[in-house]
Design a protein around this ligand. Structure first.
Ligand code: ADQ
Length: 461
């Protein structure tokens, strides 16, 4: 059996169980065949030389963890700059937040070249290489330039926007040409595959050999949707564990006479948090029976705080939460409990289970795993209702959720009211359907489907 080599910007030690579902799934795949996980060490060296980074390897059972340090200049231009200041906003349709002029591209190329240079000598001829996410789009092209003929697959965790949005990135053509150095390119949703197909047809004059094979730049690539899932068994076990049950019971007691809504996100402008608070405000205004009752716990964990757009969204969100609390709060009731800290993963299922409604309303999201976790955490006998943005990749699969347009904050408030009033029988029916689909397309399905498709491609073709 071929060895698996996973490459991602951040890596997780598969021996540590605290890691989330994705790390567990990839760790498990690596353990099955033996393999290597390659990525950034997480260390930023203040005075390092650009394009140079010390490499560290350690053995975790039959998995080698190989990591490289980044110097500050590379971290600023590759990670904060091009990856999170250009690709992240544009791929989430936010051209207004992208910083195209800052010259970050050189750092992005330099770090991808360095990763390829460090990885190349570690590779064996029949290794299967699986590269993850927008930080590393040109990695296969760099490896190919060094003579690598292995099978290389790429999975994009975030959305791919339509051609005319992508075309706003000065290097758009180079980025998409880089994808043709892979044998398989996986996306989260069918919509992303369609955007890819349209881009290569309209901008690169490519030929679609069939719905999943595209020929351009003298290479053929297979492109397909592999919607990522969660580890359902792991999350159910987490739901039944003591920390989670304690959390559930405390919340149930505290909100016995009230209705709890939850939102759990990284504090990111793609997650639609200000829109969500506005919708919640409309709920209290338009449906006064929710006053002194409906309470929103919004956890927004700190993320990428040194990127300006993230500081702005935090300020905006805090203003909106404060205003709702000021206008509607009572001495013994605050409508919004906003928490800007990371909450331990072990407590999240209990919180979800205690909630009558889960609000997952991103303006754009590749998939959104919180939506799936919320469903799995519910008590099947008395389940809460998922209110889900139609612009999350998860909406293609989770049709029995209540789908909303998060930009329409009045419409969203109406749907939240519908969720709060949904009869038990309908809640059970929807929950059962959602759970079945989440279970069928779990994270193990995702990993196997992707690796199976990759192993069917012609290596280096
Ligand atoms: P993220 O944007 O980080 O991931 P998401 O899929 O919602 O988004 O969450 C990933 C994990 O982080 C989940 O397990 C969730 O429970 C956890 N998490 C989120 N907020 C948290 C908080 N405040 N406290 C504790 N844990 C929290 C990117 C893409 C997504 C895609 C994933 C996986 O943006 O669209 O679903 O990768 O491919």
């Amino acid at each position: 059996m071929s060895r698996l080599v996973v490459v991602s910007n951040r890596i997780a030690d598969p021996r540590k169980t605290a890691a989330g579902g994705l790390a567990v799934a990839l760790g498990e795949a690596l353990k099955t065949t033996g393999g290597m996980w390659f990525g950034w060490s997480g260390t930023v060296v203040e005075a390092g030389t650009p394009g140079e980074g010390e490499m560290h390897t350690q053995q975790a059972g039959n998995v080698t963890l190989a990591t490289v340090d980044l110097c500050k200049e590379d971290h600023d231009s590759f990670y904060l700059g091009y990856s999170n200041g250009v690709l992240w906003p544009v791929f989430h349709y936010r051209l207004d937040l992208a910083d195209f002029d800052a010259g970050y591209i050189a750092g992005y190329r330099r770090v991808n070249q360095m990763f390829a240079k460090k990885l190349m000598p570690l590779l064996k001829p029949d290794d299967i290489i699986w590269v993850h996410d927008y930080h590393l789009i040109p990695l296969a092209a760099e490896l190919r330039a060094m003579g690598c003929t292995n099978r290389i697959g790429f999975f994009l965790h975030i959305p791919l926007p339509p051609p005319l949005i992508l075309a706003a990135i000065p290097q758009h053509e180079w980025l998409i040409r880089s994808l043709f150095a892979y044998d398989l390119v996986g996306f989260q949703a069918e919509a992303d595959v369609q955007h890819f197909a349209r881009y290569v047809g309209e901008e690169a004059g490519a030929e679609a050999l069939d719905p999943h094979h595209f020929r351009a730049f003298n290479r053929t690539v297979r492109a397909q949707a592999f919607p990522i899932g969660i580890d359902v068994n792991e999350f159910q076990a987490l739901t039944r564990a003591r920390e989670s049950m304690d959390m559930f019971e405390r919340m149930r007691e505290e909100y016995a006479r009230r209705r709890l809504l939850v939102g759990i996100d990284r504090l990111d402008y793609s997650k639609g948090l200000p829109h969500r608070i506005k919708a919640f405000r409309h709920l209290l205004t338009n449906y006064p029976e929710n006053r002194n009752s409906a309470t929103l716990i919004q956890i927004a964990s700190p993320s990428r705080e040194s990127v300006d757009a993230y500081a702005d969204i935090r300020q905006q969100l805090e203003g909106l939460c404060g205003a709702v609390n000021g206008d509607f709060g009572e001495l013994d009731w605050m409508p919004v409990r906003y928490i800007h800290r990371t909450v331990a993963r072990k407590r999240i299922p209990g919180l979800c289970r205690a909630a009558r409604v889960g609000l997952v309303t991103p303006l754009r999201d590749g998939m959104n795993l919180v939506a799936k976790e919320f469903v799995v955490a519910q008590d099947a006998a008395d389940p809460g209702v998922l209110v889900l943005s139609r612009f999350a990749g998860a909406a293609e699969q989770l049709k029995e959720a209540l789908l909303v347009n998060p930009y329409d904050t009045h419409g969203t408030a109406e749907v939240i009211q519908q969720a709060l009033q949904m009869p038990l029988e309908e809640r059970q029916r929807r929950h059962q359907k959602l759970l079945e689909r989440i279970r069928e397309f779990d994270v193990h399905w995702w990993r196997k489907a992707f690796l199976q498709a990759l192993s069917e491609t012609e290596p280096g073709g």
